[in-house]
Design a protein around this ligand. Structure first.
Ligand SMILES: N[C@@H](CCC(=O)N[C@@H](CS)C(=O)NCC(=O)O)C(=O)O
Length: 232
């Protein structure tokens, strides 16, 4: 088990990527200090710890930095193997499949979701929404195959892929609300819609998944900043 003060996480509450290591640390029962970055700025500690990307999250384990959310989740799984459930599947094939879908989520699906708010005009917005829905259909199919009828991608407990996708549920709900669309639609993606409810209710997630209301307020604030005219 980690010594007091040995594990620190540089992050911010609205960030889906930061939520990933927070959930992993909760699953493993590892206590950590949360070093919250201020919105719109980057601390010296962050710049020193992640000089390549300058992004959150960064895990500091005994002052050694580890960057990139999914790399951090895998590090946590390996560093505390006997505390809590295994996060990555132990079978090499299952592990490869989990990594494949996690890469799909980060490289394809999430960029299309964040593209909805940026799309200019009704046609572009509809195309962006259709792209996200198409991705969710693929993920619905993957959920059926990977979970094999169990509650999570990871089986009976939250695993790697649950964390990779589940961290975006809050922002999905904000997108549904602000754009007036249903994305996690019970009629179209019933498995994922039920999975999302189970994921958010899990003890490792509950305390770190922001309320939709609070996240929507934050979204308004950042959109306002994007729309604001440049300072003279
Ligand atoms: N691929 C990175 C993405 C991290 C990321 O985009 N973090 C955002 C916060 S949600 C950030 O630090 N943005 C600041 C910036 O882009 O300068 C990961 O998985 O950790």
């Amino acid at each position: 088990m980690a010594k007091v003060g040995e594990v620190k996480l540089i992050g911010a509450w609205p960030s889906p990527f930061v939520m990933r290591p927070r959930i992993a640390l909760n699953l493993k029962g590892v206590e950590y200090e949360f070093l919250e970055e201020k919105f719109g700025g980057k601390s010296d500690l962050l710049l020193r710890s992640n000089p390549v990307h300058k992004k959150i999250p960064v895990l500091l384990h005994a002052d050694r930095p580890i960057c990139e959310s999914l790399v951090i989740v895998q590090y946590i799984d390996k560093s505390w193997p006997s505390s809590g459930p295994s996060i990555l599947p132990s079978d090499p094939y299952d592990r490869a499949i989990a990594r494949f879908w996690a890469a799909y989520i980060d490289e394809k699906w999430f960029p299309s979701m964040s593209g909805i708010a940026r799309a200019q005009g009704e046609e572009a917005k509809k195309a962006a929404i259709d792209q996200v829905a198409e991705g969710l259909s693929l993920l619905e199919d993957a959920f059926g195959k990977i979970s094999k009828g169990k509650p999570f991608f990871g089986g009976d407990a939250i695993g790697f892929l649950d964390i990779a996708l589940g961290c975006f549920i809050g922002w999905l709900r904000v997108t549904e609300r602000t754009q007036g669309v249903k994305l996690l639609d019970e009629a179209k993606v019933p498995g994922l819609a039920k999975w999302a409810g189970r994921f958010c209710a899990d003890g490792a997630v509950k305390g770190v998944m922001p309320e939709t209301e609070k996240l929507a307020e934050f979204a308004k604030l950042i959109m306002g900043k994007f729309k604001a005219p440049p300072p003279q």
